[in-house]
Ligand binder design. Structure first.
Ligand code: PMV
Length: 359
């Protein structure tokens, strides 16, 4: 499939004003996307668990205006004007205009809020762009009611990707693959797809407890981070490894082997950080408490044989991943041994969810 698939032909309907509201969740990558080509095309495929509780809820109100060649929108965060979010939306509109030619014909009011604490170090870009893309597709569906459900979702993911790469994995499904992978039918660099094969019971309701180790501003923006993979000495090996790890996970998703799952997931997290430590300039995004937590998880796992593991984003927070049937013992462990390493003892309990929902 090519990007021009998402350039609409003339719309059959017109609409003067209206509004929609969508929530979209955050997601946590198991095989990480790190490194991209032009137009947010990933350098390697990734797969993620969709989260359930960490989400953005965005209302989009629109009213027809004269097309004066400009985008026009107000941006509210929790009901209050938020000027510093506007450049990101402006840039997003510029990137997607070819695919959403109606954008300059409306004035938009975008009102957005997150279910997780602001500046908790949890990236709101995936859920935020996911929710906005769903709203824009709802509007496009009014203009073109014949649109299929499949097209709606694919294009929503396609648009979200242009806003923030990993946002394309926040549209639909418990597990989402983004990026061409030979053995995964339908996978695409252009949008995320719901993982299309059998998944073992072990992964049903998989838990993710997010330990907020450092809530400060990101030391490195993901844009800068992805850029560091250009001319990175280990880039090619890393991209090849992501394909191999995704192939291995495909087998694991089917047979439910949690020991093998843990090996891939923890190795992916550490590799992501290794890429940052070995780029030029180099960064260490973990904090001392990130390492304390990792060591405590390893010790607990060795002593109890409970299949709990960690993954990391491009920051210091730790996502603790475990199956639902060990939830009670892992939560007891987290509360007694890990929470003291969190900033203000903060953590968020989440689990696999199904994707965006109209509200
Ligand atoms: O979507 P971006 O450009 O913010 O990149 C996200 C990158 C990681 O979170 C580190 C990995 C991933 O696949 O989500």
């Amino acid at each position: 499939m090519i990007s021009s698939t998402f350039i609409p032909s003339a719309y059959s309907q017109s609409i003067e004003n209206g509004g929609f509201s969508w929530s979209a969740p955050s997601n946590i990558a198991l095989v990480k996307y790190w490194g991209k080509k032009d137009n947010q095309i990933p350098a390697n495929p990734s797969v993620s668990f969709t989260l359930n509780n960490c989400k953005t809820i965005t209302e989009l109100a629109f009213v027809k205006k004269e097309n004066d060649g400009n985008f026009s929108f107000d941006l509210l965060f929790e009901g209050k004007p938020k000027e510093d979010f506007k450049p990101k939306i402006q840039k997003f509109f510029e990137r997607i205009e070819t695919y959403c030619p109606f954008l300059k014909e409306y004035h938009f009011t975008i009102n957005t809020q997150n279910t997780f604490p602001h500046s908790s170090g949890i990236a709101s870009s995936a859920s935020g762009m996911g929710a906005l893309a769903m709203n824009l597709m709802s509007l496009e569906k009014e203009l073109n009611p014949d649109m299929t459900e499949e097209y709606f979702l694919q294009k929503a993911s396609f648009l979200a990707r242009l806003g923030s790469g990993s946002a394309c994995r926040s549209i639909k499904g418990n597990m989402v693959v983004w990026g061409n992978q030979k053995n995964i039918e339908g996978s695409s660099d252009l949008f995320g797809i719901e993982y299309p094969y059998a998944v073992h019971e072990n992964f049903k309701n998989y838990q993710d407890t997010i330990l907020l180790v450092d809530k400060g501003e990101k030391q490195v923006s993901s844009t800068v981070g992805h850029d560091l993979m250009h001319n990175h000495p280990f880039a090619e090996q890393r991209f090849a490894q992501a394909h191999e790890n995704l192939d291995k996970l495909k087998v694991i998703f089917e047979n439910g082997n949690l020991e093998e799952f843990i090996k891939i997931v923890e190795s992916e997290a550490l590799t992501l950080h290794a890429m940052m430590m070995t780029s030029m300039p180099y960064f260490i995004l973990m904090k001392p408490n990130t390492l304390e937590i990792i060591n405590a998880i390893w010790k607990f796992r060795n002593e109890t044989n409970i299949p709990v593991c960690f993954t990391l984003d491009a920051g210091a927070n730790v996502h603790v991943l475990y199956p639902e049937n060990v939830k009670d013992s892992v939560l007891t462990f987290i509360k007694s041994e890990l929470v003291s390493f969190c900033q203000n003892s903060q953590y968020i309990c989440d689990q696999i969810g199904a994707g965006a929902v109209e509200v």
